[in-house]
Design a protein around this ligand. Structure first.
Ligand SMILES: Nc1nc2c(c(=O)[nH]1)N(C=O)[C@@H](CNc1ccc(C(=O)N[C@@H](CCC(=O)O)C(=O)O)cc1)CN2
Ligand SMILES: Nc1nc2c(ncn2[C@@H]2O[C@H](COP(=O)(O)OP(=O)(O)OP(=O)(O)O)[C@@H](O)[C@H]2O)c(=O)[nH]1
Ligand SMILES: [Mg+2]
Length: 442
């Protein structure tokens, strides 16, 4: 621990009222702070019920004090926790009392940043702390916990270790003169390379799932007026989010709603129906539809099952960026007499719920979610970029087997990309970027 680090404090619990609220202090000189507020330093790692006093000796609150001497604390520094009643004003008084004793207000993420700098956790774990707090579904929370527990880091560290082995092997090759080349075991090298390739591919696949759990996917509902887009949004959300009426052109603004399917967070965007219209406001709504669709990961093209896919529908589909995947969904299937039409697509009824489970599964499939029973760890875009970079260098290495120097260099770059995930050699600006997005007190 750098002894120069100053002492920081913050309210660690959520803003507003709660049963209990916590002020957390980390750094040095906690003895005199505890002496001033509590009259004594609490016994290490024991819950101590005590008065919290202000500078005049008046009791601010009666609560529990916890003292964690370094390095056995969350931050790795001395930590003092004052657990009081969870009112905004009383916690404010307690925090002000600490600040009056020469303690500085913590910046966003500063406790966790210190935990990282003091080697209590690595960078991927530190990020997962924020992801755990921000998780909107239980599935996302569980996978964030797996990352915090170190599952993701273990996969990365395993790869880094194997790359080190491979590099040692190749460096040894470099030392042998041409004629002694048979001394070098190229089959060992090739097996190791193959193993790393497989493991990296697996880690990347899992990280993609984890990133989906963190970010969710954006899904745009589009189609002609009155086909039932807003009805489908309401059905998927399980509540009446959007106005539904038999008047075509009901939805004007884009309506956004967060939902989840089997723990995968989804951002649904219900849009204005698309048609030729002389109504100025409706036309503005349609312009928004087009803007919105451009940002979607998946387009749900809604059609009327009784009418099938018309010329007008085809024109709508043709109007969207080709790179965005789309699903054709025939709604109002409850009104169909007899057999469903032969058109390819999914038949549903937003009204009766028919086919909705099938649609849910199709949506998950389209956005690339594979049911991984409990194995996913949460990941960020930053991690995916690093893993992809590692992959590229590894592929380049494979092309350079006959040039040991170049091969070794590509392996080094592979390893460097992977190490950036756990933050072995991370730049200050990256750390600033990561921790500034935390909440104060974390
Ligand atoms: N009251 C309270 N609850 C909390 C936290 C906290 O800071 N305070 N946490 C904050 O986010 C989380 C728990 N994180 C913690 C992580 C490490 C240690 C700790 O004392 N570590 C020591 C001892 C480990 C051991 O006994 O096995 C160490 O690492 O050496 C404490 C809390 C969630 N709940
Ligand atoms: N029978 C039947 N009627 C439906 C179904 N889905 C929607 N409707 C009806 O179709 C009409 C239009 O529904 P909306 O959900 O408002 O359609 P929309 O696509 O959002 O329409 P705009 O916002 O105008 O573009 C309403 O009267 C709904 O009750 C369905 O599955 N079956
Ligand atoms: Mg609508």
């Amino acid at each position: 621990m750098p002894p120069s680090a100053d002492t920081i404090a913050a309210i660690a619990t959520a803003q507003g009222r709660g049963g209990v609220g916590v002020v957390r202090i980390s750094g040095s000189g906690l003895g005199s702070i505890a002496e001033a507020i509590l009259g004594r330093l609490p016994v290490a790692r024991h819950a101590t019920y005590t008065d919290f006093k202000d500078e005049t000796g008046e009791v601010i609150d009666q609560g529990i004090a916890l003292y964690f001497p370094a390095p056995h604390s969350y931050t790795g520094e001395d930590v003092l926790e004052l657990q009081g009643h969870g009112g905004a004003a009383v916690l404010h008084l307690l925090l002000q009392r600490c600040l009056g004793l020469g303690v500085r207000l913590a910046e966003a993420g500063e406790f966790t940043r210190r935990a990282f700098l003091n080697d209590k956790i690595d960078l991927a774990q530190a990020e997962s702390v924020a992801d755990l707090i921000e998780a909107t579904t239980t599935e996302a929370a569980r996978s964030a916990m797996r990352s915090l527990h170190g599952d993701f880091s273990a996969a990365i560290n395993g790869l880094v270790e194997e790359l080190t082995l491979l590099r040692m092997l190749v460096e040894a090759m470099l030392d042998f003169p041409e004629e002694d080349i048979e001394v070098v075991d190229t089959s060992h090298r090739d097996r190791l390379l193959e193993k790393i390739k497989t493991k990296l591919a697996q880690t990347l696949a899992t990280a993609k799932q984890g990133s989906l759990l963190r970010e969710g996917a954006h899904i745009a509902l589009v189609g002609r007026p009155n086909v039932g887009k807003s009805s489908l949004l309401n059905r998927l959300a399980g509540e009446e989010v959007a106005l539904v009426s038999d008047v075509p052109g009901t939805t004007r603004d884009v309506i956004r709603q967060a939902i989840q399917i089997r723990g995968v967070p989804l951002h649904i965007m219900d849009t204005a129906g698309l048609r030729e219209s002389g109504d100025e406001v409706e036309n503005m709504g349609m312009a928004r539809t087009h803007q919105t669709v451009g940002r979607a990961d998946l387009i749900l093209m809604l059609l009327d099952a009784a009418q099938g896919c018309s010329e007008g529908d085809l024109a709508i589909i043709a109007g969207f960026p080709v790179e965005i995947p789309r699903l054709q969904v025939y709604n109002k299937a409850d009104l169909l007499q007899g057999a469903l039409s032969n058109d390819a697509g999914i038949y549903i009824s937003a009204k009766s719920g028919l086919g909705i489970d099938t649609l849910r599964e199709q949506i998950l499939k389209q956005i690339g979610w594979h049911n991984q029973e409990g194995g996913t760890f949460i990941a960020r875009e930053r991690h995916l970029i690093a893993l992809n970079q590692a992959n590229i260098h590894l592929q380049q290495a494979e092309q350079l087997l006959d040039h040991p120097e170049l091969f070794a260099e590509e392996l080094r770059l592979t390893q460097q990309a992977l190490s950036s995930i756990t933050g072995k050699f991370s730049a200050d600006d990256l750390l600033g970027e990561i921790f500034s997005r935390f909440c104060i007190g974390k």
